[in-house]
Design a protein around this ligand. Sequence first.
Ligand code: NAD
Ligand code: DAU
Length: 357
Amino acid sequence: MTSPRTFSSILVTGGAGFIGSNFIRWLFAQPGFIGKIVNYDALTYAGNPYSLDDVAQSVGDRYVFVKGDICDVAKVAETIERHAIDCIIHFAAESHVDRSIVRPDDFVRTNIHGTYVLLQAAREHAGQVRHFHHISTDEVFGTLGATGFFTEDTPYAPNSPYSASKASSDHLVRAYHETYGLPTTLSNCSNNYGPYQFPEKLVPLMILNALEGKPLPIYGDGQNIRDWLYVTDHCSAIWTLVTRAPHGSTYNVGGRNELTNLTVVGEICDLVDRMAPPLPSGAPRRSLMTFVKDRPGHDRRYAIDCTRIEHDLGWRPAETWQTGAAATVRWYLDHPDWVAQVRSGEYQNWIATHYSA
Ligand code: NAD
Ligand code: DAU
């Protein structure tokens, strides 16, 4: 096996979001990592620089935050040059399927055009930028029936504006490698959960609603299946690919944790019942589950076959759903300040005073 690639100055786009902030925290905690990370993020509603406050304090000038839009050609180029960026790890995106159904335009702009701007910037800084990793989703493959798995060879069939925009960005990454020889890698990952996830996504929404005794909205019949991966397992997969996967390669990443939404929500209810004070009524939190109108175009089942990354690179997830779900519920119960900030929008005032564009 050849030696892993090393980098001294990494541009992480979208590092104030859920997975990006976990990735930055995780990478700084790796004993072998001695480089610098530049977190480039526009701070949309989903971006919260508070999430990395403690990391920023502990690593000093090895961490830099730049408030910027990935569609801003000049700012992207200036950041790459000023910080001598040698690797780009691209998380920034509009990521919530329901929002893409209501208002697709931001998804087209950020996910497609923004990815193009970054690829073009990497190409214009060839030689300096030695690697480009693109984070994508299993949703590009569409939906499965009761059997089968998505492999790296499954044809793309996106069903939502979100997944269509991610599919487009994946094709651009592929094209920049094939046409210009850009040194890329790409990963398609299943549903992540864990600390610092914005509470519009299923897991944190259900934890917080269950805690507060609010209804738990289940779309349709609740039998839709997702494959759940604890976020730090995704982080270790990304770093494995950035440092060791062949240029031009694509890998699926999943947790081998297929669960129906009803199972996910029911088990979250049980965990909250066990870890938090009971509801005033004394009823179990499962009684809060409420069936609501289905999501339009709701994909029925996602299931990732991640044999390729396991076989080629020896990556394995460390967490099971049981360990990851318990850790996630514990984290949300222990971090009411973070929850209050992201819900109140108070952190937007903090952003305005700390990070003018
Ligand atoms: P998120 O919504 O929590 O965070 C996205 C981040 O991108 C935010 O900090 C936001 O401010 C930033 N951003 C948005 N538009 C930007 C722009 N124009 N310029 C600069 N920054 C911008 O998303 P996430 O859940 O952390 O997802 C990260 C990536 O992983 C996305 O590309 C997503 O498609 C992919 N992904 C997510 C999951 C999941 O389960 N969450 C699974 C597979 C793949
Ligand atoms: O599969 C990877 C994808 O997972 C990522 O690419 C996306 O960025 C990420 O948002 C996630 O997409 P989903 O649509 O699968 O996640 P979400 O948390 O929105 O929903 C999970 C499932 O739960 C889905 O079947 C819809 C359902 N759901 C969701 C919400 C928010 C409900 O039943 N009720 C809800 O209130």
